[in-house]
Design a protein around this ligand. Structure first.
Ligand SMILES: Cc1cc2nc3c(=O)[nH]c(=O)nc-3n(C[C@H](O)[C@H](O)[C@H](O)COP(=O)(O)O)c2cc1C
Ligand code: SF4
Length: 626
């Protein structure tokens, strides 16, 4: 069925003040580090945003655009702090309009939630209290200083207007400067900018008033706030309702509701397994008290979830954040009844910066920010390429190579699709990794890749690219002769563990998740971790969700474990146990399906998303260069 008939609310127009959108697909603001070093629009950020407009999103809200150099959150943050930014911003607005979408620029200052190492300037905030994460003392703004920063926001908004943007969104969420004024958590002032809500809102309302006076009425003015900050003294829903009422009275055109500050970061970023549409109920509680159009957020990726939120009037606009990183064509695919072709975001949060690269990267969409490279010029020399093994990196190489005109065949066992990520999908809460595998296989097949299972014919090809998989080490060497398995072996085949009691020793994500898998199979599990935190190589969000699941399943965790491995009772599972043990361990081993005798290039398969992503980018680059 075509999307318009299946999801009628998603394809119904909506109005945000002077802007009318033909559908409800809107890209959430997301910082990318794709701008030029001076903060101007370059090809990377331009092409990335235009691709979302071409993909059917009716409105693109840009990443936060800095209003002053002291408020940069990233070295290559988009900036709107002076007129030298105008040509790039105008080019961006023109291109997004040409692609059929509207553009709203989100403007922001990070306040205390950045570092002098990034800005080159002292940090500023309403009160001299460091962010508990960044731990750098900000300078308390004087009254004159506050007014200067109000003017910075107004001037940046005017620049967006001059550049042809359809509107501006004030970033008043996530603990940045406006939020720092709004919230008792970070604002301890005793002057007219602190104390009662009326005073804490003064900074924001002065900016709203200033923009209204400086820009014509056909320029939309939206505000984003965190309706729940999840920190002591922070904003909670009743106060958020009051803030929204006062913003409505001040004449803004729309409100966007998010959650969290840096200290409660995992609430705002959400990880694999968190509910889809997590904050829609919360948005609804605020929406009941305002006539403003309400934008809501929270792991929205499926049209069904967005449609249901609209049907229930929870929000007027569902924002698509990471789902739009993963697949810029998401709206067009839904509209044309091709939801099955969508490349699903799995909320691994690599894009949030837990990666070897400073800019946004994504394991399921290595084209993000490099869209021009993935326009796929046909190779002058088509080759027959055999790819042995179907991990995510090799599936990516297969898609890219086939899209460039090579004849590509992937060989694997019939149970091997997805490689190590297929194991990961068996861990409770991580099942959606299987959706990503299905999407990557589908993407390769649509590009013309053939899949052959359980046999390998090397004579039929010009090039062999083979997957190799790291086998942590020969674990028995560490256990004084007692039989043990590696955490990888457990993840691959959890049924191999004898008895009811298992001790796992390791500090890595694979071991932490193997413990969860075994507990879900009814084993009594103890995880002994040599370091202070479990899953050291995982995103902090996984650490938190895994510990929560341990509680439910009765897993015992001993951190800073320094005891002898051989003394642990029950079956033994060994993972990464730190540099000292690794030096003593036998050499790392590698394995590959069908053990091919000739290999032209190796493609690694990996467990932890950061390492996995690196292998995917290397595989994509290999296929782009072939
Ligand atoms: C890489 C990344 C960068 C983000 N940058 C911003 C930002 O600049 N401004 C903002 O208001 N929110 C930002 N967010 C939060 C998103 O707008 C959104 O609220 C969050 O990702 C949850 O939505 P999702 O589950 O659809 O991704 C960012 C999120 C991500 C993943
Ligand atoms: S990096 Fe992970 S969380 Fe971010 S868009 Fe890609 S799949 Fe989603």
């Amino acid at each position: 069925m075509q999307g318009h008939a299946q999801f009628p609310n998603l394809f119904t127009p909506v109005t945000l003040g002077p802007i009318t959108l033909p559908n409800r697909f809107v890209v959430a603001p997301m910082t990318t580090n794709f701008a030029n070093p001076d903060g101007s629009v370059g090809d990377a950020v331009h092409d990335y945003l235009v691709a979302r407009a071409r993909g059917g999103f009716a409105l693109v809200i840009t990443e936060n655009i800095g209003v002053h150099p002291s408020g940069r959150v990233m070295p290559r943050m988009l900036m709107g702090h002076d007129d030298s930014m105008l040509p790039g911003l105008s080019r961006l607005a023109t291109s997004i309009h040409a692609a059929g979408a509207k553009v709203v620029g989100q403007i922001s200052h990070a306040g205390r939630q950045t570092k002098t190492a990034t800005t080159g300037l002292p940090l500023v905030a309403p009160s001299p209290i460091p962010c508990p994460l960044n731990r750098e003392m900000p300078v308390e703004l004087t009254l004159d200083g506050v007014r200067q920063f109000e003017q910075c926001y107004i001037d940046a908004a005017c620049r967006l207007y001059k550049s042809g943007f359809d509107g501006v969104e004030l970033h008043g969420a996530h603990g940045y400067l406006i939020a720092e004024f709004l919230s008792n958590y970070s604002n301890k002032r005793t002057d007219i900018y602190g104390g009662p809500l009326e005073n804490r809102m003064r900074f924001l309302l002065n900016i709203v008033r200033g923009i209204r006076e400086a820009c014509p009425a056909d320029f939309a003015l939206c505000v984003r706030i965190s309706a729940q900050e999840f920190v002591p003294d922070g904003i909670a829903i009743p106060e958020a309702i009051e803030i929204v009422k006062r913003l409505e009275a001040a004449g803004i055109d729309a409100i966007s509701l998010s959650v969290g500050v840096y200290e409660s970061f995992n609430r705002l970023s959400m990880i694999t397994g968190d509910p889809e549409g997590q904050w829609l109920d919360m948005a609804d509680q605020v929406r009941r008290h305002t006539q403003l159009p309400v934008m809501g957020v929270g792991r929205i990726k499926r049209a069904e979830v967005a449609e249901q939120a609209l049907q229930r009037h929870q929000v007027d606009i569902p924002l698509f954040g990471r789902a739009s990183f993963a697949d810029p064509e998401l709206p067009n695919k839904i509209a044309s009844g091709r939801s099955g072709d969508i490349i699903w975001c799995n909320s691994c949060n690599i894009c949030l910066g837990r990666s070897a690269r400073p800019e946004t990267i994504c394991p399921v969409n290595p084209a993000v920010g490099r869209e021009a490279m993935f326009e796929f010029h046909q190779t002058p020399e088509p080759r027959r390429i055999a790819i042995v093994g179907a991990g995510w990196a090799s599936l990516t190489a297969a898609w890219v190579a086939a899209s460039r005109g090579h004849s590509v065949t992937v060989y694997d066992t019939s149970t091997g699709l997805g490689g190590i990520q297929d194991w990961r999908a068996r861990v409770p809460g991580l099942e959606e990794f299987a959706d990503s595998t299905t999407a990557l296989v589908g993407r390769a097949k649509r590009a013309g890749v053939r899949f052959i299972h359980d046999t390998f014919e090397p004579a039929d090809c010009d090039l062999v690219w083979a997957v190799r998989r790291y086998t942590p080490f020969a674990v028995n060497a560490l256990t004084d002769g007692r039989d043990a398995l590696s955490s990888y072996e457990v993840l691959e085949t959890p049924g191999r563990i004898p008895g009811d009691e298992v001790a796992l020793i390791g500090q890595d994500l694979a071991t932490a998740e193997a413990a969860l898998l075994l507990a879900s199979h009814g084993k009594r599990v103890i995880l002994r971790c040599p370091t202070r935190f479990i899953a050291l190589d995982g995103h902090p969000g996984y650490r938190e969700s895994t510990l929560k699941a341990y509680k439910q399943l009765g897993v015992t965790v001993e951190t800073s474990f320094k005891g002898a491995i051989a003394q642990c009772k029950g079956a033994l599972v060994i993972g990464e146990i730190g540099p000292a043990a690794a030096i003593d361990a036998p050499e790392a081993q590698w394995s590959t399906p069908f053990s091919p005798t000739r290999v032209d290039h190796w493609i690694a398969d990996a467990y932890e998303p950061n390492v996995l992503t690196r292998t995917i980018y290397e595989a994509a680059d290999l296929a782009l260069a072939t």
